[in-house]
Design a protein around this ligand. Structure first.
Ligand code: Z5A
Ligand code: MG
Length: 197
């Protein structure tokens, strides 16, 4: 029987480089012969994901509690699939996960314990890699500002919320470094839960 695949969550504020690093990590793990899949949250292709996408593009107004529940429901839609993959020995790299759900909702003033409750029962990440880039750094990167939450004031609150959520188990990396440097640090961190040949 295959040994259980790891669950690695890559977290951070907007434009901190999560999608860049998640894709690089998946490639490096696959190149090393580790069966790996990438999961991006929100997944905008599902029924719920499509509503989230409309909301983020300013085309569907939703109150803060409702959008929190939809982000969480979007993750629940992948629970059974993630567990099957892990049981089959596939490592999953998650581009955002439950801590994004908490940080963005905290930044909008929701109660953290209420927010946490909606994700209870989802698979726990074996490792959280946090890409630390202050909003002023991220705001200078391309694509910033196109969606609803992408303004420096909200991002500062998200940044503060992530700081509050961090615990000693997180690997916090300087994401203002060039992408190739960050990628090296990400690969070292991943080896806490994945063995490479
Ligand atoms: N959200 C939420 O509220 N609740 C939830 O539960 C979840 C999400 C899961 C959409 O997420 C929104 O949903 C997001 C949080 C909220 N709102 N905000 N704000 P998303 O993940 O779909 O967001 P996105 O549009 O993909 O942006 P992003 O993920 O924040 O960007 P990124 O993945 O961190 O960055 P990137 O795409 O890798 O890089 C951005 C640019 O910077 C690109 O041009 C890169 O080439 C460049 N880049 C990357 N790394 C570097 C370095 N190291 N140096 C210089 N330039 C770099
Ligand atoms: Mg991204």
């Amino acid at each position: 029987m295959a040994s259980r695949g790891a669950l690695i969550a890559i977290e951070g504020c907007d434009r901190s480089g999560k999608s860049t690093q998640a894709a690089l990590l998946v490639q490096r793990l696959r190149d090393a012969g580790v069966p790996t899949e990438l999961v991006k949250f929100p997944d905008r292709t599902t029924v719920i994901g499509k509503i989230i996408d409309r909301h983020l593009k300013g085309d569907a107004e939703l109150d803060d509690h409702s959008i929190h529940l939809l982000f969480s429901a979007n993750r629940w839609g992948f629970k059974a699939w993630m567990e099957r993959q892990q049981r089959a020995g596939v490592t999953l790299v998650l581009d955002r996960y439950v801590h994004s759900g908490l940080a963005y909702s905290m930044a909008r003033g929701l109660d953290v314990e209420w927010c946490r409750a909606t994700d209870i029962g989802l698979p726990h990440p074996d490792l959280v890699i946090y890409l630390d880039a202050p909003p002023t750094v991220a705001a200078g990167r391309s694509g910033y500002g196109a969606e609803l939450y992408e303004n420096v004031e909200l991002q500062q609150r998200v940044y503060n919320a992530f700081a509050e959520l961090q615990d000693a188990s997180w690997v916090v990396l300087d994401a203002s470094l060039p992408p190739e440097n960050v990628a090296k640090d990400v690969l070292v961190a991943a080896q806490r839960c994945v063995s490479l040949p």
